[in-house]
Design a binder for this molecule. Structure first.
Ligand code: NAD
Ligand code: DAU
Length: 357
């Protein structure tokens, strides 16, 4: 077994940040298996062009033959599974892709991993890890004074996306319990930062505000999310891979609960400062309340005490520093946004927002 890891979904938002981070901090090769859906973008990895430590393979985690070939050829010591359909609104409009990738895809990946792992030597077997990247949305929605989600909070997913991620978490758990596969699952809160596809709240709002377009706020804007800068998530995953307990789950979150209106205020204030010449100042004036998301979860909050106390992880960015960095990055990388928001994504925007006003 080599010092190689297989990352799935490594051309998406968190996956690409993780791959860049891993190559910068770690050793060995990253095999990056990604289907390149609308959310996957090789542009996010262009800094790795010509770097022999990054091997990109276009493919589906549900393609068992391809996964088997990759495992046999590269003999990774770990798999980090980011590959997923990840946008809640898309799962409401069309859940099928979520079932195919998040549930069936994870199942096929687990099956091929099990076959590979069973044929390893005893020392290779005990060193191997399958790290499954999941979400806090599997725990459902909190009331205003409920305690934050812990690793033992019962699952209560509310959207097709959350249900499909919950199902994948259960499969991962079962493969450990039944077959002894050395799995670890992480459940993280809302991420933000560079390379996030501008269908999610923060990049969508930056893109719209910079262009003087309306900032569509679902419902009353009081829904709460617990925000974490993507670099802090990547560091947590590295630590879990290195020292996390086999069969364990770790909640990851920034202790940064914000209403969507608070997020917009922080983001617009950062834009006002970073784009002083903008004709759209103050950018908060672009706010527009639109029809709510069906089944919209009211509040998420993560209790991260387990990863903090067991592994010594803590986020480095505050919301203010993270948002400032993020706004700056998008302003400096408008060409990236233009490239990823052409064609198919534009058709999706029209479909999603035409019935909300
Ligand atoms: P993303 O949508 O930006 O990227 C997903 C990537 O997976 C894309 O590159 C896409 O091409 C790839 N992919 C999709 N289907 C595939 C398939 N069948 N085979 C191979 N590749 C496929 O998602 P993200 O925001 O980077 O999220 C990554 C993971 O982290 C997901 O599992 C998500 O559930 C989880 N997560 C995300 C957040 C968040 O705030 N974004 C928070 C917690 C957990
Ligand atoms: O909690 C972790 C999850 O966070 C991840 O598992 C998901 O992959 C990720 O997409 C994210 O889900 P959310 O639904 O919380 O993120 P989104 O950015 O879509 O929305 C954040 C909040 O902003 C939510 O309350 C809905 C609201 N919203 C979103 C959009 C896109 C708006 O008010 N207007 C919008 O246009």
């Amino acid at each position: 077994m080599r010092n190689t890891i297989l990352v799935t979904g490594g051309a998406g938002f968190i996956g690409s940040n993780f791959v860049l981070d891993w190559i910068a901090h770690g050793e060995g090769t990253v095999i990056n298996l990604d289907k390149l859906t609308y959310a996957g973008n090789l542009d996010s990895l262009r800094n790795l062009n010509g770097n022999s430590r990054h091997v990109f393979v276009r493919g589906d985690i549900g393609n068992r033959d391809l996964t088997r070939q990759l495992l046999t050829k590269h003999r990774p010591r770990a798999i980090v599974n980011f590959a997923a359909e990840s946008h809640v609104d898309r799962s409401i409009h069309g859940p099928e892709d979520f079932i195919n990738t998040n549930i069936n895809g994870t199942f096929y990946l687990l099956e091929e991993t099990r076959g590979y792992w069973q044929d390893l030597t005893e020392s290779e077997k005990s060193a191997f890890r399958f790290l499954h990247v999941s979400t806090d949305e599997v725990y459902g929605s909190l009331g205003p004074s409920d305690p934050a989600f812990t690793e033992t909070t019962p699952y209560a997913p509310n959207s097709p996306y959350a249900a499909s991620k919950g199902a994948s978490d259960h499969l991962v758990r079962a493969y450990h319990h039944t077959y002894g596969l050395p799995t670890i699952t992480t459940n993280c809160s809302n991420n933000y930062g560079p390379y996030q596809f501008p269908e999610k709240l923060i990049p969508l709002m930056i893109m719209n505000a910079a262009a003087g377009k309306p900032l569509p706020i679902y419902g009353d804007g009081s829904n709460v999310r617990d925000w974490l800068y993507v670099g802090d998530h990547c560091e947590a995953i590295r630590m879990v891979l290195d020292r996390g307990g086999i069969g364990e789950t770790y909640n990851i979150g920034g202790r940064t609960e914000k209403t969507n209106l608070e997020v917009l205020d922080t983001l617009c204030a950062a834009l006002d400062v970073l784009k002083p010449e903008s004709p759209f100042k103050p950018h908060t004036s672009l706010r527009e309340f639109v029809k709510d998301r069906p089944g919209h979860d009211r509040r998420y909050a993560i209790d991260a005490r387990k990863i903090e106390s067991e592994l010594g992880w803590a986020p480095k960015e505050t919301f203010e520093t993270g948002i400032r960095k993020t706004v700056q990055w998008y302003l400096e990388n408008m060409d990236w946004i233009e490239r990823v928001t052409s064609g198919e994504h534009q058709r999706w925007i029209v479909k999603n927002y035409s019935d909300r006003r």
